[in-house]
Design a protein around this ligand. Sequence first.
Ligand code: ADP
Length: 402
Amino acid sequence: MIPVLIVLNAGSSSLKFQVYDMFDGAEPRLVWKGLYEGLGAEAHFIVKDTDGAILDEMTWSRGDRIGHEEALMHLVSWLRSHQEGRKLAAIGHRVVHGGEAFTAPALVDDSVIQRLEALVPLAPLHQPHNLEPIRIVRRRLPGMPQVACFDTAFHQTQSDIASLFALPREMRERGVRRYGFHGLSYDYIASVLKDYDPRLAEGRVIVAHLGNGASLCALKEGTSVATTMGFSALDGLPMGTRCGAVDAGVIFFMLREMGLSPDEAEGVLYTKSGLLGVSGLSNDMRVLRSKAAANADAKRAIDLFVYRITREIGSLVAALGGLDGFVFTAGIGENDTATRSEVIAGLAWAGLALDEAANRGGGPRISTGPGPTAWVIPTNEELVIARQTRSVLGATQAKLAS
Ligand code: ADP
């Protein structure tokens, strides 16, 4: 029997999954990937093979009440009926916040769940959804090994100064500091830099993870030295619906002068801001690009996005003391030719020069000339979760055997 692991990434009404064969030595190998969406309403399940061919699909009506628990149990029984000599051996979860305590992936037990629950106030819109499937598996599949993999852990290499806010010391003692996010994505990019250009793996690189959530990370020799996200996943760049960095005074204005409750203010900052808030149209870059020529608000939202990215890059180049390479990744970074070309145009001062044909072709290298190089590298957060899950299990088994 080949042991397999499921990688889960749970959102408020969705459950993304990938199934990997676990072998000794070589990388975990992807077998199937799929998605449940519309959970709690008209749920839909789709699973594909590695070539993207649809293997199975199903839609439930609202009355079927398919939530995360039902979806997870459906997935487990789908796997059982399609396992072809495979056996489910573990589940790896994406967990957005590991706080100060979790600097590496963790084998889940009740105390780990409790400590992760205590971090909900630090990531109120993500952490509860990430923890729900962990609890469900513990209840419905007792004994199934589970590993929590954190978006914050990759940034643990940052210096004390890089992670500090200029707030009173007791705030730092309460855990108020910069954590940084998208660490699973940055971990993947750092792990493959050597395959693109060995000098990048040794050098100073900025990675732009530009998706619905967006951040930049400064890598020195493959480790994180600074990032644009801070205490929560709100900081830094404007995103699809999140504001990015705003003056903290704005929040007091919202509370005192506009009469918003803390929950309402939080809703504005997380779900009504960013590309959506500025354009008044959409959080989706494809929609904004298609309207930008005729719609000034769509253009403004994109211009602000690009402006903020180029400004933040300046700050990270200073933190790195120079720049050897730049990487675009995630939905916008991997697909939006125009955003890449506008960002590179804003980096001429750092010696970057765009290779327009390569950019139109999607890379991987999209720069020309003797300066720092620019790249498009598709991210793979799920593979990092699979790697981490396998390595935590391997370490645990080794400990038990010794
Ligand atoms: P998430 O953070 O939810 O994983 P993604 O990484 O999938 O997000 O990125 C979603 C963003 O990528 C959206 O703004 C979407 O418009 C954008 N995107 C996806 N494909 C394209 C494309 N072909 N051109 C421009 N933008 C794209």
